[in-house]
Design a protein around this ligand. Structure first.
Ligand code: IVH
Length: 666
């Protein structure tokens, strides 16, 4: 078979297998067989790039990075839905419709309200040409490269409708969401609070490859086309299915509000079993003619409404209350629970926030409690089922001393938190070291929880300054460590000495000094010595800095024991100053137009562009005759090729780093 035909055949087969896998949930071949076909296609396309078809599955992930997303106007505004919370409000909705359409027969479609992110898809001649977020309802962001990575969204419809817009909801199922968070915790990144946040974060990623890894899913719920006009919403949904889109099968035709309420209650029961989050149901007038007669307000259509469910709850037994000591000494009571299923995950711990909350809700060990998942990852205890309380459940008494170091606990009048006042408390020290070593701070790989615990427990490290005096044999003698892993930790410590001053400032874990504030402080004061000697009022004069931050940094640096740590870091060669812009004179990239392409190990896209600006250069997105320099990371694609063609200077990440950054921060 000639390459043209074989490519066409492979594209068709792979798209069909993908549809069966991602939409029908009914794969016809093994993953391995799929990969073999895919590899053959990739291979053929590499040899015949001119034969690459627009609907080829290889086009789902384009190798180059997407830039800031262009804004586009929606042809028809993406409205939102009015919410109802009670049966009475639902009846009001029907009464309003009856008033508008007296004498008319009414039917409704009830469907699930998927808790995800709205998306509009444009197909031209059956081909996906655009994917746009809801944005402000009138304008959204064109995130087409990211949308193409969503396997259940067909790149080509099964019928080449000349033009249509399909809307629906992008979401993450529970398993995928959990897997993403496990990975994030491993990388010491903050976990996402819920699947909706994770979905929205994923859709905005700049690198389509990363979006593909998030394995997003989609349900279509609306169809509009000048070419095909059906008479009911139900018919539109069936038609969407025939076009190859995933449409949620939990939908029902209802004749009146009573039907709808029965349906809503039934689904509320079933909700626990779903693999994804829903936050209610949506009720839509079925007839499109009636929808048009009813029209819309500026915010929402009059022909549809949502009926929201309350947050999911579960009942279980609280076995024990334990106390956790945080990095800043704050004591958080934690409920250890009889494991229970809640909103798709097994829950065995819940936060009890603070002593006041514990007292207010009168939560006791042995109590049966109601849990709820709100906007946070960690579920909370809503209330105690007092009817089920046994006689021996006695009120929890908050200790007077720290459960870790036995130091006195204090309560600052200005806050609810109770904290351990001992700055030498091992729990705080461990937290501090973990923070110091974390990815966004000094990024010391290999310095994980188990090692930190041993370093503190064996008194090898009494503050973060001691980390830089660790010896190979000390490290190698610890549990689960060997010479090689010990050497890796020493290497990582050595490498961390290159971290810029603002990272060090953040890594110290001073209260109220987050990564952004640390950057602002570094840009304005340039050295830790100057920061120590600057009056809080002067610190506060900086636009982004408030009184609390100014006081916190000033106080911290003027405590002797803290300054001892700073001096240890200085002796180790850690950067305690940044270069003042006034000193730099002309900058190395002054007047140069620079294009960044591909991905980097040290910087995200935004950071790389900021870097170029700080070096005096002007970052732009496309390579042309006016480009002076291209910095090409991993997986650099067409831009790199073009730069080579035009004979433009090209540096890879290492070259760029050693030429411009290393000396810059020295
Ligand atoms: S219909 C005019 N149907 O809920 C509004 N919306 O405020 C048309 N949603 O963000 C929306 N599942 O993306 C509709 N089955 C469903 C839905 C649904 C989730 C989302 C929608 C929007 C929000 C409504």
């Amino acid at each position: 078979m000639n390459p043209t035909d074989r490519i066409a055949q492979l594209v068709e087969q792979l798209n069909e297998h993908n549809y069966r896998y991602a939409v029908l949930n009914d794969p016809a071949i093994s993953d391995r067989a799929y990969d073999t076909l895919m590899r053959e296609l990739i291979d053929l396309e590499a040899r015949h790039p001119d034969l690459i078809q627009p609907d080829s599955p290889t086009q789902r992930v384009t190798s180059d990075l997407t830039r800031e997303f262009p804004t586009v106007q929606h042809e028809v505004p993406m409205l939102s839905l009015d919410n109802t919370y009670s049966e009475d409000e639902l009846r009001d909705f029907e009464d309003r419709i009856r008033r508008e359409l007296p004498e008319e027969e009414l039917q409704y479609v009830a469907e699930l309200k998927i808790d995800g992110v709205a998306l509009s898809l444009i197909y031209e001649n059956g081909l996906l040409t655009r994917g746009v977020t809801r944005g402000n309802g009138t304008q959204g962001e064109d995130i087409t490269p990211n949308v193409k990575t969503i396997l259940s969204i067909p790149i080509r419809l099964s019928n080449s409708v000349p033009y249509c817009e399909i809307r629906g909801e992008v979401y993450l199922d529970h398993n995928t969401f959990d897997a993403i968070n496990v990975q994030r915790e491993k990388n010491e990144e903050n976990p996402f609070a819920n699947p909706r946040n994770a979905t929205s974060g994923s859709l905005k990623l700049q690198d389509a490859q990363q979006v593909a890894e998030r394995r997003l899913s989609f349900f279509a719920y609306s169809f509009r086309s000048p070419n095909i006009q059906l008479s009911t919403h139900g018919e539109n949904l069936s038609y969407l299915e025939r076009l190859g889109l995933p449409v949620n099968t939990n939908r029902a035709l209802c004749n009146n509000i009573d039907d709808i309420i029965t349906q809503a209650r039934e689904w509320e029961e079933e909700r626990q079993k779903l693999e994804y989050d829903i936050d209610g149901i949506v009720i839509k007038v079925n007839s499109i003619a009636q929808q048009n007669k009813l029209g819309a307000t500026s915010k929402s259509p009059r022909w549809a409404i949502s009926f929201k469910y309350s947050a999911e709850q579960a009942e279980t037994v609280l076995k024990r209350i334990t106390l956790q000591v945080g990095r800043t000494g704050v004591i958080t009571p934690v409920a250890n629970l009889e494991p229970v299923q809640l909103a798709g995950t097994t829950v065995s711990r819940a936060t009890l926030h603070n002593a006041e909350e514990l007292e207010r809700k009168d939560i006791r060990e042995g109590d049966t409690v109601i849990l709820e998942k709100g906007g946070d990852v960690i579920p909370k205890v809503v209330r105690v089922v007092t009817a089920k309380r046994t006689k021996d459940a006695i009120a929890f008494e908050f200790p007077k001393n720290c459960p870790v170091c036995n130091g006195p606990l204090i309560k600052d009048e200005s806050e609810v938190a109770i904290r351990c006042d001992n700055s030498q408390c091992p729990a705080q020290l461990k937290g501090n070291i973990r923070h110091f070593a974390s990815r966004t701070a000094m990024d010391i790989e290999g310095l994980g929880t188990a090692l930190v615990d041993q370093l503190v427990d064996n008194k090898l490290v009494r503050d973060v300054g001691d980390l830089y005096n660790l010896k190979l044999d000390e490290l190698a003698s610890l549990e689960r460590m060997a010479e090689k892993s010990a050497q890796n930790v020493l290497d990582a410590l050595e490498a961390s000495k290159q971290q810029p001053f603002h990272r060090v400032l953040f890594a110290l874990g001073i209260r109220h000094i987050g990564a952004t504030v640390a950057r602002v402080l570094s840009e304005n004061f340039h050295s830790i010595d100057r920061l120590r000697d600057t009056h809080p009022e002067e610190i506060e004069a900086v636009h982004e800095i408030g009184a609390t931050i100014a006081k916190s940094i000033h106080t911290y640096l003027n405590i002797d024991s803290n300054w001892t740590i700073v001096e240890k870091l200085r002796a180790a060669g850690i950067k305690l100053k940044s270069k003042a812009p006034a000193d730099t004179g002309p900058k190395p990239l002054d007047g140069k137009t620079v294009v960044v392409t591909g991905t980097f190990s040290r910087w995200g896209r935004q950071q790389a562009q900021d870097l170029i600006r700080s070096l005096g250069g002007k970052p732009t997105s496309s390579v042309s005759g006016k480009t002076d320099l291209v910095i090409a990371g991993e997986k650099a694609g067409s831009k790199l090729a073009k730069a080579e063609q035009l004979g433009i200077d090209i540096l890879d990440e290492e070259e760029f780093f050693s030429k411009y950054i290393r000396e810059e921060n020295a």
